[in-house]
Write a protein that binds this ligand. Sequence first.
Ligand SMILES: C[S@@+](CC[C@H](N)C(=O)[O-])C[C@H]1O[C@@H](n2cnc3c(N)ncnc32)[C@H](O)[C@@H]1O
Length: 391
Amino acid sequence: MKSTPTLNMVAKTQQGLEPLLAKELEQLGATQIEQHKRAVSFIGDKALLYKANLCLRTALRILVPIHKFEAVNEQELYNGIQQLNWEDYMDVNGTLAIEASANSHLFNHTQYLAQKTKDAIVDQFRAKHGVRPSVDLVRPDLRLNLHIFQHQCTLSLDSSGESLHRRGYRAEGNMAPLNEVTAAALILHSGWNGKGVFMDPMCGSGTILIEAAMFAKNIPPNHMREWFAFEGWRDFEPQLWKQVKQEAMEAIVPCEATLIGNDAVFKVIEIARSNARKAGVENELQLSNMRFEEQTPPEPLNGGTLIMNPPYGERIDIGEAAAFYKMLGDVLKQKFSGYDAWILSSNKEALKKVGLAASKRIVVWNSQLECKFHKFEMYRGSKKEQATAEV
Ligand SMILES: C[S@@+](CC[C@H](N)C(=O)[O-])C[C@H]1O[C@@H](n2cnc3c(N)ncnc32)[C@H](O)[C@@H]1O
């Protein structure tokens, strides 16, 4: 890759998280930030590229577009790819992998598009050298991303490799773990400031709590990943990468939060503990095997933030979903005054049974499932006022 002082970059994300990602990018020092569908484009230098991979909590991967051209059929795609001199990007004995996506009536077979792109690159090397680079889907030297919208082709270098939601702390999952990026987004959506009490009373494998602990301590979420794709690039600067990492690790602050996680199932608490240990935040979490019905907030009762991702009664059998969600509302009313309580669920009917008026309702996608993230402000004082049932 040619060395450039500034790079055009695109951070990919989940649907609906674009505003959160744009804000994160602004805080990292990106400029010309623009939101698109499931993506945010921005400008910055190579250090920012490294930092974005290391520090963004709501990004899935960071792309660097290198070539835009038009094509209406596979041959034009092949020709467009060959317009680049691929020796600028990789060695003949290097390895590559290509991911393709298309939103076009002209192209629909994405695997074939990836293959055609690969052919165009390796044919160029073979014509010059008689030998060609090989494909490595696991850890290639060069990972490319091709996106076609109608007849507009955009070829990008993928600087991340494996999706950035794979932080590396979760080896085991329970029945329905949240994606790490979704969990981080819940925390950012809640507006929690990283201080005071933070509870997840149905914490499962602990994803929300681990992301909360990393947020509270300003720990770069991807600090334990072993490999980013940009490390295989020709212009990779190990010294710059070391400096970026060092600065991010030096910016970690002591935890000023009390992070409490409980779950009804003993085994998942053990999993949460093991995940927290891998993430380096085990000492920040207070984890117990306890049903929500038995839980009480810690003393002194100064309120706090509570985020829960209960069973939806759709993917997990919780029997009477309505009664279960009514119980959630009852326990919140009885014991959690002063708390901002957030519930994520795809079960809209059951959510109404919580029996509290939501002061915020945000759409959050949990994998393919459209969920609602509802905020219930548990005011101190009159329980009558807050017990307005939602209809
Ligand atoms: C959807 S999972 C939570 C997943 C979690 N956010 C994660 O990332 O792993 C719901 C969790 O609620 C727990 N649960 C169900 N009923 C409960 C109750 N009454 N009290 C506490 N936990 C409960 C289940 O054991 C399960 O771990």
